[in-house]
Each structure stands twice: as C-alpha cells, then as structure tokens.
Design a protein around this ligand. Structure first.
Ligand SMILES: C[S@@+](CC[C@H](N)C(=O)[O-])C[C@H]1O[C@@H](n2cnc3c(N)ncnc32)[C@H](O)[C@@H]1O
Length: 340
C-alpha cells in the first residue's frame, strides 16, 4: 500500500535487511512517508552489520495494559497495526490527512497533539509534511515507533480518559481519529473538553469516526445490527460519529463543520477492496468479544466473518465515516464571563 508498510516489512527493515535500517523509505525528500535514516537508533556489531536496538520490542506485545475505565477491546497485535496502516491510507483517500483550512495554524513552531495515535502513521506522515511543526501522540498501547520516526514526533503512553497530560493552551491542532470503540458515551464530552482545554485560542480540533452499521449489506444486516447492539450494551455509542459536530459546539468550539463520506465495501475498485479488508480484519481481531453475538461456534467464526465480507461485496454495501472540526474561540467567552 502506497506510503505504508506491513509489520513484516517493519521487522525486516528493523533487522537491517531492508531499507538501510529505516522502517520507511530512506529518501528524506520523499513525501510519501519517508524518514531520514539518521533518526534511526541502531547498534553496530563487530562485523559491522546492523542489529536492531530496542525499537521493535512492541511487536511482541499484544495485550492492552489494564487501566481503569478502558473500553477498547481490539488487541494491539501486529495484524492490528497493519490494519491501522491500511485504514490510514483509506481515510486519507476519503478525507485527506487534514481539513485544508487547518494548514493555516500549522506554521513553524506550532504544536499538534494526536489523541489515540495508534501506530503513529498519521503523525509520522504529517511530521514529514510539516517539518517545522512539533507532533505529540498519546495512546494506551505502546504500538507507536520508539526511535524510527521523524525527529519532530514524540509519543507518550497513557490513558486519555485520565485527562490529557498537557497544560492548558498548549497546541495549535488536536487530532482524534477512530477512537469510538474506546470512549464510552458519557466520556465523549469530557474528552472533547480536554481537547478544548489543551488547545491554544484560535486552534483547531478535528475528530473522525465511523458508525459501525453497514448499509445495503443484504443478509449481513443482522450481524452488523448485533454488533451495534453489543457496543451499546458495553456503554459505547456506535452512532457517536454523526453527533460529534453537535458535541463540539456544546463544548464551546466555533466554526464547526462536518463532512460525511460513504465508503464502498468490497466493490468500486481499490477503496472498496481496502474497506472490505479493514472490515473483515477488524471483525476477526474482535473475535473474543464478537463471537458471542455470532450464530456459529467459535471455531467457525473466521469463516463466518469471511461470508459477511462476501455478502457486503455482493450487495454493494457501504459504511459511513464522519469528520467534524471546530475552532477554539480567540476569546473564551465562557471563562471570561465566569471570571467577571
Ligand atoms: C482504531 S485505532 C486508531 C489509531 C489512530 N488514531 C488512527 O487513526 O490510525 C484506536 C486507538 O485508540 C487507542 N485507545 C483506545 N482507548 C484509549 C484510551 N483510553 N487512551 C488512549 N488510547 C486509547 C487504541 O489503543 C488504538 O491505538
């Protein structure tokens, strides 16, 4: 997939058999996701071959740390990291990496926070495009790169539901993408308020989510309906995506906009192929939780999910993604009123 790498490729390059030790393309002028190999921490052995440093420890880790209030149930495995990369490519095709007007705040010296940054794909690409902007990512799973990353990227391990560990008015841009499986319904306003707090006045927040319902999917409809019901029973809001622009306004953001994209699943060329792969892989990753709502024994779960994928492709199914963004007003009217 253009611009992204599979975990196998990351492993190969980490062990020095790939791109001169870098896990991405080594041409620093290549805007398609390259990292200068001078950023790469690696150790030299006596025969001068390159061995990986501690960069890739996380590849063996496949459990989320136990942490209070965490609802997210997809395990941070290599396969999931590959899926995040694929999903990143898909969402960049559908929406672009950021809403165009956000570029206006990404001036030299600006700071960007990526909440629930996953494997850091979005951040690393943005950091290359905006080389004079500083990027910080936070995630509860340590699946982000430790040293194979642009110099202007930093990653932090943490549960964003404990509050964002940054002072007020720190960032020009806060980015939140595909976290709906990790944020319970009642915690969304709190998370967006935290995003508002850490933004500088005039800064922007962008949040992008899908709803997990798949439309026009023939006899797969019951299964997707069951997924939505199961998420709601876990206290998650499967349909938070289409409401986020309202929540942004309620939290105090102004100039709030929303863009919706319907994405084909298993038809309509490359994007449809990526979306089918994404849907089937995510459903398989969630087996431990989702097999309970599936009408076959657990040992037939994967084949059942493949049949759901085929039903989507055969009936021209699609799902919806929603991107909403807003601006923190230059003057915080709420706090100036309560201070007077
Ligand atoms: C589907 S991935 C999306 C990753 C990234 N935002 C992207 O768009 O590529 C969701 C991420 O949210 C993280 N996450 C879920 N709950 C979290 C929490 N309470 N605090 C921090 N990260 C969390 C997961 O570990 C996972 O990496």
């Amino acid at each position: 997939m253009g611009g992204s790498m599979s975990t196998e490729e990351r492993k190969r390059s980490a062990s020095g058999n790939g791109n001169g030790g870098s896990s991405r393309k080594s041409d620093p002028n290549d805007s398609g996701g390259s990292v200068s190999s001078s950023n790469v921490s690696r150790s030299q052995t006596s025969d001068n071959s390159i061995t990986p440093a501690h960069d890739f420890e996380w590849l063996q880790r496949n459990k989320l740390p136990k942490s209070h209030g965490v609802a997210y149930f997809l395990p941070p495995t290599d396969k999931e990291v590959d899926r995040y990369q694929m999903q990143h490519e898909l969402l960049c095709i559908a929406f672009g990496k950021y809403s165009p007007h956000i570029a206006e705040v990404l001036t030299p010296g600006a700071k960007v926070l990526d909440v629930g940054c996953g494997s850091g794909e979005w951040m690393c690409e943005m950091a290359i495009e905006f080389a004079k902007v500083d990027f910080v990512g936070i995630d509860i799973a340590n699946i982000f790169p430790i040293s194979v990353k642009p110099n202007n990227c930093q990653f932090k391990l943490g549960n964003v539901l404990d509050g964002l560990p940054f002072p007020d008015d720190s960032f020009e841009f806060v980015h939140i993408r595909v976290m709906a499986l990790g944020i319970k319904t009642e915690r969304w306003p709190e998370l967006l308020r935290e995003g508002f707090r850490v933004l500088k006045p005039g800064g922007h927040l962008q949040v992008m989510e899908a709803d997990p319902m798949v439309y026009n999917c023939g006899n797969a409809k019951q299964w997707f309906k069951g997924v939505c019901e199961m998420l709601a029973a876990r206290g998650l809001d499967p349909f938070v995506g289409p409401k986020l622009h309202v929540l942004l306004s309620e939290v105090g953001f102004t100039s709030v906009y929303r863009k919706t994209r319907s994405i084909p699943i298993g038809w309509c060329g490359y994007v449809g192929k990526l979306m089918l792969d994404n849907t089937v892989t995510a459903a398989k990753a969630g087996k431990a939780t989702l097999s309970g709502i599936t009408p076959v024994p657990v040992n037939e779960y994967d084949q059942y999910i493949d049949s759901i994928g085929r039903a989507c492709a055969n009936s021209n199914a699609y799902c919806n993604f929603y991107s909403s963004w807003g601006k923190k007003p230059l003057l915080n009217l709420a706090s100036s009123a309560s201070n007077s």
